[in-house]
Design a protein around this ligand. Sequence first.
Ligand SMILES: Cc1ncc(C[n+]2csc(CCOP(=O)(O)OP(=O)(O)O)c2C)c(N)n1
Ligand SMILES: [Mg+2]
Length: 473
Amino acid sequence: MRTISKPHIKQPHHQIPTVHTSQPPLPRSPFLFPHHGSSRRKKKNPDQETMAVRRLSSSSLLTSPSKSPLLPLLRRPFSSSSDDDKTVLTVETSVPFTGHRIDPPSRSVETTPKELLGFFRDMSMMRRMEIAADSLYKAKLIRGFCHLYDGQEAVAVGMESAITKKDCIITAYRDHCIYLGRGGTLLEAFAELMGRTAGCSKGKGGSMHFYKKDSGFFGGHGIVGAQVPLGCGLAFAQKYNKEDTVTFAMYGDGAANQGQLFEALNMSALWDLPAILVCENNHYGMGTAEWRAAKSPAYYKRGDYVPGLKVDGMDAFAVKQACKFAKEYALKNGPIPSDLTKLLDILEMDTYRYHGHSMSDPGSSYRTRDEISGVRQERDPIERIRKLVLSHELATAAELKEIEKLVRKEVDEAIAQAKESPMPDPSELFTNVYVKGYGVEVNDLFMSLLTPFLCVFPSFANTYPNQISFSLI
Ligand SMILES: Cc1ncc(C[n+]2csc(CCOP(=O)(O)OP(=O)(O)O)c2C)c(N)n1
Ligand SMILES: [Mg+2]
């Protein structure tokens, strides 16, 4: 059934900022609670404030709780899990979904003890990997650009739980955890970050260029927004090959203002491509708050003629529900009015990054420390799951700590192994630049000129592989 969308209400907007020579006072965090169709200037509602916490501890969240033994979980490989996948639990999402031109899905999400504990472990592993990458960067073992994902883990984990490896995901440079979610290993991730041959791009891509093609992951794009048209191309191939699969094309709130996004959206809508655009709204594009860059920060409505859904991206179950809904909708045409596109929709994930934009950004000059610690205390995706597990006695606090200890050990072991892997041979600089047999070859003169330079500055090759290929065209 069609939901009549509300008449356009002018988005309240912060005053145009004047240029400050010293740091201007930062507004109180608008991110402590997911705001649906909200104003970022709304006063915090105390009822709303306790709501999220109360919901977490509410015994209505899970029904039929089961006490599942944790031991098999502890040593399982990433994303496969222990035994109790039979008991069905029902979890309520933190807040309702808000739909644009679509009836939103229910807040009740089905899960199992196995999945719940799996979410805890997987997100803890992602968090630990990013914290370790921070230290490795500071120790100069990772060079070049490095964009961390901690805070946003629920998006990666929830999305993965709703789709299969035959579906595709394409993202930008903030790609480490999505890669892990797709089934990538810690060793491949750390080796890639440190420019070693055991890395997922043979050490030639670095942080911004993670790929796992055999499981539909086309991550890592440094040109903001450019991955979205490519994602729509993947969806075109899926439709052309008559596959029952979809592509999730991920982009940030900063990228959401780019022209190419709307061009890709238009073509995808015209051709009914199975593309799902996922806006990871972490509320900042580098050091620019969304309100400085976007006249309308309601990214789920930005598709205008394309249905959209606003989702609490700090709640893995809300993400799971939204992605499942979007995929079914995309493949089965869902409850969509005939004058709208049949296949496409936009999911806006309301999320937050704890680190700065990249390792060169401390992340504290354009937002307050209170804002960051407030989100950590009230919306942290891992803590949400921990509270769910504890309140329903699926594990004790000590057992969850034990999982975290083992995760830390696995991360440390992967780092040690990655350090053993050699750097790529200089001759590797010119392999995999072009597809063989298409008439473009690396010229010997370029090779002889560039090799000494790149050997002296290996981190250049690690950081700018795309630029190298452009300079050779
Ligand atoms: C076309 C283009 N313009 C500008 C940049 C510089 N730049 C790199 S990241 C970034 C911010 C993007 O923010 P967002 O899309 O919100 O993603 P986030 O980093 O928050 O995940 C910008 C402007 C770029 N890499 N490419
Ligand atoms: Mg952003």
